[in-house]
Ligand binder design. Structure first.
Ligand code: ANZ
Length: 859
């Protein structure tokens, strides 16, 4: 319950005791716990409805208000449809905000977190969200993170968790490493500071093993997830299909492999480029002259300062150094100079490329900057369908102009534009005349036959770097022994709990503060009993949230992370809602972990979320709300001023779920008026529960039954605002019968009021419960099954329309009462009697007044 004193009822509430009703029903829900998911014996079909769980920093904001409103509408809807609904909530409570509060205000992260959770929980209850409060979890609870550690061990056993050194993303401000997904445009996702590369030994999860499945299974989600999210995931995984080609390097025993998407252009490769920051570059330059080595070292110093984005930007002049080494083109034996240049990245493909300047823009820019040869091997002017044309070449190997844009006109050496398109091969020995596509297949066959290459795929996706040098997270359950072994903490010693924060200096300084907790860090090697050290790093909090939806299924289980039996019953999540900011990180990790759990036999499904919805943002006057701009609409203030129901109705009515909602256009006052009119209808109903509805006003009954017919589909398609509009229509129609029709004793008034109450429950549950009680029913309307529409009441009224020609009635038509003008005119023109009366006269004017009159004038 609100700790604040009850504010006065809003003036426009028309005597409707908003806060009194709210408190009354919240107390009853608290007492009776009606929204708890049904247990084993429950035979109803099941739905698992989930909103992304919040981070407990401060109180709820308007974004939460939207998120939990929508999940609540859906959860309530399925209960009304006779489903056993699971609608749980928890907190994603590890992470930097708690740690930063601890550093800045000396707050204990445990206490800070639990105080914020308590506040958010009370706000959620005040907001009337029908969560199953028996399943609450928070990820900083040792009983939760114990299972993160357990999961980590299982992944480690399968080779899916591993440690390696590498150049990692490092945020100099937060003093911690970041996953690739947490670097946005070269900056730290959390603090916006520029990210640099640092060589460190870190823990990774091998998500790349799942790249193909993560990509291919997106097809299953088409139509069930927002297209935008599917596309962002596809791009992020970034699968490229092509070939690996092995090149010999003069004076070096091992070959160097490159990845190319265009093996068809192999004859056009004229030089070779390696990433300057790769081990390969170091190795190759070691065989060059002292001067070349010096030039290389200077170059590398500059390269280290550039971000990947800068390195790949096309408008940046190309730079590089010649390594005084030569690669041999495997198809024609030509010598190609080897360069180091920063447009080649060390951690993509193999960190080396065969450069084909005629057909790749980056290579062309480089070739023009350093005066390297350019050789056209695909004629992009040649048609690629139909018969293979005979291409005549001049002495330089350039085809003779057959008319139109000649290849000579397009010569990349002169135009500076690479020929990237389709075409037919030239200057390529036996491949000449083949289309690009056929040539790719052919050359891969040849490379494979000669053992000099093979079909290959490359991904943009990198393994998931999960270790963080911070205190407030799940300790990585590994032990480092004196002699350099790494030993997992045995399952029966889990959880590895965080030590108390007292006495620890949490200020970021590059290494985990846990390393300084001597008593915590020093342990006995579980195998030999000798002194060893715990791994001082903690896990990325995205590990915590990668499987929390499973823990809700058996949150108290002390023997396993979740019960597979419960997972079979409830999983996967039927409806998941949250912000689009999680399109890649959280959703990709959750999909990966679900697939890994599937492979371990823990779950029977491979995708965690069957349906996903991204809600828009709540903005103000066209701008994103933020503390610094001072344009925050505070959830608590709105709740106190208008009550939960008006806030919920106003938000639901504000527009489509996916759209941004400008608070300037949201009317809580209008919502309050609507709710007080609805409540007044319940009070006005003047008939008993057993009235015969069939005797009611047919027009009002039709409005009611149209609602019953349409509401389920509208809710399933998340058209919540349309349903609110339909409820407003029903309120108006009912009021009309009460005030100017047969009056409040009309059975149709009761029927309408009951329908209104049952559907209103999705949006304004406190008011709906109150109305249900006034209508003479026991609690809770939230559990009452919705009614079926009577099909005979859905048939539209028909009326008789007259058709006049030059002032004389020539025909009559039976048409629906709601017919549109165009349709009415079309029917009149097509009518047989009208056509006969018209003969060969031409209509020069039509006046159409739906539904009753059509009047034609003729020449
Ligand atoms: C020769 C070639 C000819 C290429 C041509 C393209 C066009 P996507 O599609 O993004 O996967 N590449 C390979 N490894 C690289 C690295 N570490 N850094 C920068 N570039 C690299 O790009 C694949 C293409 O990017 C590869 O195909 C390679 O250039 C280059 F007409 O090989 B290609």
């Amino acid at each position: 319950m609100s700790q604040l004193s009850t504010p006065p009822t809003p003036a426009d509430a028309g005597g409707f005791d908003v806060h009194g009703i709210q408190q009354k029903w919240q107390q009853r829900w608290e007492h009776a716990d009606p929204f708890r998911a049904g247990s084993d014996g429950d035979t109803r079909p099941r739905k698992y409805v989930l909103a992304m769980f919040p981070y407990p920093s401060g109180d709820l904001h308007m974004g939460h208000a939207e998120n939990y409103l929508y999940s609540d509408i859906v959860a309530r809807f399925w209960r009304h449809r006779g489903y056993n609904v699971l609608h749980p909530i928890g907190w994603d409570s590890f992470g930097l905000p708690a740690e930063n509060a601890a550093i800045q205000r000396k707050a204990d992260p445990v206490q800070w977190t639990s105080a914020n959770i308590a506040q958010q929980k009370s706000s959620m209850k005040n907001y009337g969200v029908s969560f199953d409060w028996s399943r609450v979890l928070h990820t900083s609870d040792p009983e939760y993170y114990r299972w993160n550690q357990w999961l980590f061990q299982r992944l480690y056993e399968r080779g899916l968790a591993y440690r390696k050194d590498g150049a990692v993303n490092w945020c100099p401000f937060d003093q911690t490493v970041l996953a690739n997904e947490q670097v946005i445009d070269g900056r730290c996702e959390r603090c916006g500071h520029e990210v640099i590369k640092k060589k460190l030994t870190q823990w990774y999860l091998r998500i790349t093993d799942y790249a193909d499945r993560l990509l291919d299974d997106l097809n299953q989600l088409e139509g069930f997830w927002p297209q935008k999210v599917i596309q962002m995931q596809r791009n992020w995984i970034g699968r490229s299909v092509g070939a690996d080609v092995d090149f010999e390097i003069e004076g070096r025993a091992e070959k160097v492999t490159v990845f190319t998407t265009r093996p068809d252009t192999l004859y056009g490769a004229t030089f070779f480029v390696v990433a300057p920051d790769s081990d390969l570059a170091q190795d190759l330059v070691a065989g060059a002259s002292a001067a070349a080595q010096e030039r290389f070292r200077d170059y590398l110093d500059g390269v280290r300062k550039a971000t990947d984005i800068e390195r790949q930007s096309s408008d940046r002049p190309k730079t590089g150094v010649f390594l005084e080494r030569w690669a041999i083109n495997p198809v024609n034996g030509e010598r190609m100079p080897v360069w180091a240049a920063d447009y080649v990245l060390a951690d993509y493909g193999h960190g080396a490329v065969m450069a084909v300047p005629a057909h790749d823009q980056r290579d062309l820019d480089f070739a023009r900057a350093f005066d390297l040869p350019i050789k056209v091997v695909v004629d992009t002017t040649a048609p690629i369908t139909g018969a293979i044309p005979v291409i005549e070449l001049d002495d330089d190997g350039v085809p003779i102009d057959p008319g139109g844009d000649s290849l000579d006109d397009l010569n990349p050496a002169r135009t500076g534009i690479a020929l990237a398109g389709e075409g037919r091969l030239i200057n390529s020995g036996a491949l000449d005349g083949l289309s690009k596509r056929t040539a790719i297949t052919r050359i891969i066959e040849q490379l494979e036959a000669s053992g000099r290459g093979r079909a290959a795929k490359t991904y943009r996706l990198r393994d998931w770097l999960i270790s963080r040098q911070r205190f407030w997270g799940t300790p990585i359950p590994m032990i480092h022994t004196e002699d350099g072994r790494i030993v997992p903490v045995p399952d029966d010693q889990l959880p590895v709990r965080l030590p108390a924060v007292e006495g620890l200096d949490l200020t970021p300084k590059g290494a985990s503060p846990l390393g300084a907790a001597k008593e915590w860090v020093e342990v006995a090697d579980p195998v030999t009993g000798e002194l060893a050290r715990r791994d001082p790093d903690t896990m990325d909090t995205f590990v915590d949230s990668s499987w929390y939806y499973m823990r809700f299924l058996s949150p108290g289980d002390t023997t396993q992370p979740f019960s597979s039996r419960e997972a079979d019953k409830w999983g996967p999540v039927d409806f998941y809602i949250g912000g689009v900011e999680h399109a890649i990180l959280h959703l990709l990790y959750a999909r990966f972990v679900t697939k890994a759990m599937f492979d371990m036999g823990m779950v029977e499904f491979t995708e965690p979320f069957s349906n996903l919805i991204n809600q828009g943002m709540v903005i103000l006057d066209g701008a994103k709300m933020s503390k610094s701009k001072g344009n925050l609409v505070l959830f608590q203030e709105e709740l106190d001023a208008h009550g939960a129901d008006a806030l919920r109705v106003a938000l639901a009515f504000a527009g489509p779920v996916e759209d941004d909602k400008d608070w300037a256009d949201v009317s809580t006052t209008g919502a309050t008026k609507f709710l007080s009119r609805a409540l007044r209808i319940a009070h006005d109903v003047d008939s008993s529960r057993d009235v015969v509805w069939a005797e009611g006003d047919p027009a009002l009954r039709r409005v009611t039954h149209r609602l019953w017919a349409d509401a389920p589909g509208l809710i399933e398609h998340t058209k919540f605002n349309v349903v609110v509009a339909r409820l407003m229509e029903l309120v108006n129609a009912t009021r009309k019968v009460i005030d100017t029709g047969a009056g409040a004793t009309d059975p149709a008034v009761r029927e309408a009021a009951e329908a209104l109450t049952m559907v209103l429950d999705l949006f304004a549950p406190h008011t709906a419960e109150e109305m249900w009680e006034i209508l003479g029913y026991p609690p809770f309307v939230g559990l009452v099954g919705w009614r079926q529409a009577d099909p005979t009441l859905l048939v539209e009224d028909s009326v008789t329309a007259v058709v006049q020609i030059d002032g004389k009635v020539r025909s009559t038509l039976e048409v629906p009462a709601r017919i549109e003008a165009a349709e009415l005119e079309a029917r009149a023109r097509a009518d047989e009697k009208v056509q006969r009366a018209l003969g060969d006269r031409e209509i020069i004017r039509a006046v159409v007044r739906p539904p009753k009159v059509v009047s034609f004038s003729t020449k």
